[in-house]
Ligand binder design. Structure first.
Ligand code: NAD
Length: 497
């Protein structure tokens, strides 16, 4: 069993207060203990970051970017170990854990362009003898609070742009799987980042509140459930901090009558059940348009869900592994029971699944509901498990209206062969990230990631250009110089005229 620590000033620091158990979901065994930072420990981490930040900000952006080049090399070299640690602690498969790391590293790659991205503007002769220019300056100490489901990707989405911009960063990762972010912070220091520029404090609400109330923390990035995102956003704003807080999702896939059904079903199974449905971009609602489409869909979908391969995180042939915790497993099971009570048709019931030899693991099989209606709680609320709901619609406008009426607006997909329908959908739908014949439309590092409606609080998105705006203050200088030496010196022979 590993004794986890905080990571402050470039070294592991043992926690002085409470500890919580960290599990290995596939066995259900306690794998480690993580310290829960006290307000005093959070303060020490922030002070350490605050003291390290000015020298880092004074380091030119190209040198700062070189640290990332080295970090990318170290992380790539350690990819297998990192993916294994991540998979064992989260429960997702090792292959999926590599994707989690890779998507984070792609943001680090983007941040290597910091010298270019941080350039300001310049207007020569904005007025008579007047020049105007703008510059981007770091905020100071930035903090990030991350969820359990992407323990590499999301900490890197926040920390890399924050640090590239010349800030110091304090991460409060999920207490359920903190080992990977701790190792990533260590690798940053190994890559040449000065100690204190990337600190990690483990903890829960107490640590989060301490960060929210700390006057030296200038910005808060949060990803997690919507209720907590809203709370964090409000409290951060009340303290005058910048905040970007991303919340829950209920992502729909609209399947038009002309869709390639084989392709749509493949996409639906992967996006619905991959990582046991514990992805903010998972598809949790399938919306076939028209009765014939629904029939065709169900004919192909039911056997695919019945034959999903649930396996150990370390099994390369598994489609998905266990859920994150016993409590979350119970919650997802309760939602399935609720769906039955609400009158939805449970066509595939994965609740009884037990992994042979791993009976204490947090496993469940895939579940599939048909005839789900918008009034049901299993439709309105995020389940975050391997449970897919099918809501049948009669027409395209009805499907679009359904998506738009949902309180969450993170991601959505449409499957069709009709370019006009796809274009209309992409243009009108009230959702932040749209896939056309693409089930998980997570934007690449050089675009920005963010949902709409109650899936996000704040204005700027994660990564891409928005991250460089979020992590810098713009200063605009208007300058005029009085006539100087150039008029005082003359190289013409003086005359009396
Ligand atoms: P969570 O909200 O339980 O926890 C997120 C973070 O908040 C953790 O670091 C946790 O320690 C902290 N926290 C928990 N309770 C708190 C409280 N009362 N006060 C202050 N901080 C608190 O979320 P989770 O279960 O770790 O992650 C799953 C959720 O994250 C899902 O809702 C999922 O949709 C969402 N998510 C969203 C995105 C996105 O980009 N929109 C991405 C990934 C995950």
């Amino acid at each position: 069993m590993s004794e986890l620590a905080h990571f402050i000033g470039g070294r592991r620091v043992q926690g002085a207060g409470r500890h919580v158990d960290v599990y290995e979901p596939m066995t259900g065994a306690v794998a480690g203990r993580a310290p829960m930072a006290t307000p005093a420990e959070v303060r020490a981490a922030v002070e350490n970051a605050r003291d390290a930040q000015p020298a880092w900000a004074a380091t030119n952006p190209q040198r700062r970017a070189r640290v990332f080049l080295k970090f990318l090399e170290l992380a790539s070299r350690e990819m297998d170990e990192l993916a294994t640690i991540l998979a064992r602690e989260h429960g997702k498969t090792v292959a999926d854990a590599r994707g989690d790391l890779q998507r984070g590293l792609e943001v680090v790659e983007f941040c290597v362009g910091a010298p270019y991205l941080l350039r300001g503007g310049f207007t020569d002769s904005a007025g008579p003898g007047i020049d105007t220019y703008s510059m981007r300056q770091p905020l100071g100490v930035a903090a990030g609070i991350t969820p359990f489901n992407f323990p590499a990707m999301i900490p890197l989405w926040m920390s890399a742009p924050a640090i590239a911009c010349g800030n110091a960063f304090v991460l409060k990762p999920s207490e359920r799987d903190p080992s990977t972010p701790l190792r990533l912070a260590e690798l940053m220091i190994e890559a040449g980042l000065p100690p204190g520029v990337f600190n990690v404090v483990n903890g829960d609400k107490e640590a989060v509140d301490a960060l929210l109330d700390d006057g030296d923390v200038k910005s808060i990035a949060f990803v997690g459930s919507s209720q907590i995102a809203e709370y964090v956003y409000a409290r951060a704003c009340a303290h005058g901090k910048r905040a970007q807080c991303f919340g829950a999702a209920k992502n729909h896939m609209v399947i038009m009558p002309d869709a390639d059904m084989g392709q749509a079903v493949d996409a639906l199974v992967g996006a619905g059940y991959g990582s046991a449905g514990e992805r903010c971009m998972a598809i949790s609602v399938a919306v076939p348009v028209g009765e014939a489409t629904a029939q065709k869909l169900m004919e192909q979908l039911v056997p695919r869900v019945e034959s999903l391969k649930i396996g150990l995180s370390t099994d390369p042939s598994a489609d998905f592994g266990p859920l994150i915790s016993k409590a979350h497993l119970a919650r997802v099971n309760d939602y399935v029971a609720l769906g039955v009570e609400e009158g939805a048709k449970l066509l595939v019931d994965g609740r009884g699944f037990k992994m042979q030899g791993y009976e204490e693991g947090f496993f469940m099989g895939g579940c599939l509901f048909d005839e789900v209606t918008p009034r049901m709680r299993i439709y309105r609320e995020e389940i975050f498990g391997p449970v897919l709901s099918v809501v049948r619609t009669n027409a395209y406008e009805e499907a679009l209206g359904l998506v738009d009426s949902h309180e969450y607006g993170n991601g959505v997909a449409i499957f069709t062969r009709d370019g006009d329908a796809a274009r209309d959908f992409a243009s009108r739908v009230q959702v932040g990230m749209v896939g056309v014949n693409v089930p998980i439309p997570t934007p690449l590092a050089y675009y920005t990631f963010g949902g709409w409606k109650r899936s996000a609080f704040g204005d700027l998105n994660q990564h891409g250009d928005d991250a460089f705006r979020f992590y810098t203050k713009t200063k605009t200088v208007t300058s005029r110089w009085p006539s100087g030496v150039k008029e005082g010196a003359s190289f013409v022979i003086p005359t009396m005229s």
